[in-house]
Design a protein around this ligand. Sequence first.
Ligand code: ADP
Length: 258
Amino acid sequence: FNIHVTPLKGNNDEKIGVVGLITDVTERRKLERMRTEFVANVSHELRTPLTSINGFVETLLDGAIEEPIIARNFLEIISAEGKRLANIIDDLLKLSRLEDRRTKLNKQPVDLAEVIGNTITMFEGRALEKNIQITTEISPKLPLVPGDQGFLSQVMINLVDNAIKYTLTGGTVHISVKFNEHEVTVTVSDTGIGIPIESIPRVFERFYRVDKARSREMGGTGLGLSICKHIMEAHGGKIRVESDSSGSQFSFSLPLKE
Ligand code: ADP
């Protein structure tokens, strides 16, 4: 609490009392702390690939460039780390757009079956590489939902991307869509590595990963689910997760009426 006291004086400048102002600053402090933590996290996340790029460039300049096989290997690492930096920055920009109150959703009737179809096409190659089957079950007569097609596609992309990333070779990713009179629910289930019970409440936090090294290796930024959560909130929808050692299930629901 911030406490501010001012004496209250009468017409002849005599003290007749005091005025006290008590402000609850808990929320403001909390926001400040969150902002500071966020900046520290961002700096750290950007530093890691940069340090690696600088290290490999220096080693090349120190002579490794003369060994073509080693040089190529280093350049591939530099290129991958550069892409990672670009991904982190793209995700941060998406998050800041979503957090900006001035950002308006471009809401139109969206056909989620089409969004799902496009997402599957996008990931066919990756799924094939890992011998992962993608199956779907879409309720007939699925109604259109009011939403921003670009943002809703982003949610599907992030969920399917994760499902494939965190599922071992030979697994399955199943996408189902159901609806009732109030909402449409999309579920992405995988037969992957699952999420430990203590991490489940944290996976929607910015930069939270169960296994940092694994996520990095897979090209993850730790921001994908946080972006999904923001997009759902902007649509008045909900996103949730269930998971155990036999796989994970992410579902989001969108209201049919605005
Ligand atoms: P990342 O870029 O690391 O994948 P996300 O925000 O998309 O970041 O996800 C946060 C973390 O949640 C991941 O690092 C991973 O530990 C966990 N996670 C997300 N989706 C899945 C999934 N389908 N199966 C297992 N773990 C998952």
